[in-house]
Design a protein around this ligand. Sequence first.
Ligand SMILES: Nc1ncnc2c1ncn2[C@@H]1O[C@H](COP(=O)(O)OP(=O)(O)OP(=O)(O)O)[C@@H](O)[C@H]1O
Ligand SMILES: [Mg+2]
Length: 381
Amino acid sequence: MRNTRNPFEYGGVVSGDKFCNRQKEKADLRKAIRNREKLFVFSERRFGKTSLIKSVLARLPKKQTVAAYVDLWPTESEAAFVTALAKAIAESMTTSAQKLLQIAKQFFGSLAPAVTVNEEGRPEIGFGVTRRAHLSAALDEVLDTPAKIAATADRDVVIVFDEFQQILEYGDDRVEKKLRSVIQNHKNVGYIFLGSRKHLIQKMFMDRARPLYRAGGHYPLGPITEADWAPFIREKFIAANKRIGDQCIHSICEQTQGHPFYTQHLCHVIWELCEPSKAVNDQLIKTAIRVLLERESYAYSTLWESLATNQRKFLKGLASEPAKVKPFAAEFLRRHGLDSPSNAQRAVDALLERDVIDRENGSFLISDRFFRLWIQTVQLR
Ligand SMILES: Nc1ncnc2c1ncn2[C@@H]1O[C@H](COP(=O)(O)OP(=O)(O)OP(=O)(O)O)[C@@H](O)[C@H]1O
Ligand SMILES: [Mg+2]
C-alpha cells in the first residue's frame, strides 16, 4: 500500500510537505532579510522557529546571497561562539573543499583554519583553539566579517543566530556588547536572532541595563491557526485512505492550542490508531490522548509531586480556565483557592523559572500542552 509511513513528524526540523503553511511569516522574514533588518524572532519552545527560518533560507537565490545559519545551542563560551560563526560564514559561501579553505584563510586567517572531510564525505572547516589572549581580537574579526563581505561582494548577506539566549551562558557580556555595535553599524547586513525562552529574550531585550536593550525589531511567532492546520491534516489522512472531519480537527487544535509540536505529535498517534478506509471520531481522539498521557504519566507525576501547593493550585486554575484568563484577578484567586496576589506571584515566578509556564499576552500558558491535558484529566477529575 502506498503512503504507509506516518506523515506527521514531531521533533526536529520539518520541511517540504511536512511543513504547514507559515506563508505570512515566511514573507515577513524574506522582507526583513531583503531590507537588512535586525530582527529578534521569539516564541515558546518547539513552535517552529528553526523550521521556519531554514525554509526561508533554502529559498533565497543562492548566487546572490550569503546566508549563514549559526546554531548557538552547543556553544558554551566566547571561543565556541567565534568558531561557530566563522564556520557558518565560510561554509555558506561555498561547498567546495578547496575554496572553503581559501575563504577561511582570507577572512579568518588568525584562527588557523583547516579543512577535513566529515562522515558524509562533505568538506568541513575547523579552527585551531583560540588562545584566550587573542579571543577579543578574534571576536572582532569574525563579527566584522559579514559587513566586509557585503561591502566587497555584490551579494545580500544575512546571519541567523539560532538559540540566541545561549550567549547568556558565556560568563561575561562581551559578545552582547560587540553585537550591539554590529547591529548599529552593519547597515548592509541582515541579522535574525531566534530565541526560545521567552522570558530570557524578554530579559535581554526589555531590560535597559543590558547591551541589547531595544536593539532591533521584535517578531513574536505564534501558534499555527486551525484554518491552516485543517487542510494540512485532512490531506495527510486522505493520502493514506483515512478520513478526518472538521469537528475532529477542531477538537485536536483546541486540545493542543495549535502548538505545532504537540499538534503533530497528537496527529501522529491518531493517524497510527486509525485503520485504513476508516474515519477518525471523538472516541479515537480520546484513546490517542490516553495513550500519550500514559507514556508521560511517570514524568508528569514526578513533576507534579515536586511542585508546591500554591503552584499546583495555580496550574489547576490555568488548566481549567480559557486562555488569556487574568490570573491575578480576585475572581481567579478565589476560584482556585489562592490566598493573595502575592502568593500567586510567587507561584508564577517559580513556574516560569522552571519553564512549566510561559507568558502570553498578559496571561500564562502551560508550556507542555500534554501536561495541561494530564492536569485536566488526572488532577481535575
Ligand atoms: N510549520 C510547521 N508545520 C508543521 N509542523 C511544524 C511546523 N513548525 C514546527 N512544527 C512542529 O514542531 C516541531 C519543532 O519544530 P522546530 O524545531 O522548528 O521548532 P523550534 O521553535 O525551533 O524548537 P526549539 O524551541 O526546540 O528550538 C517540528 O518537529 C514539528 O513537529
Ligand atoms: Mg529551534
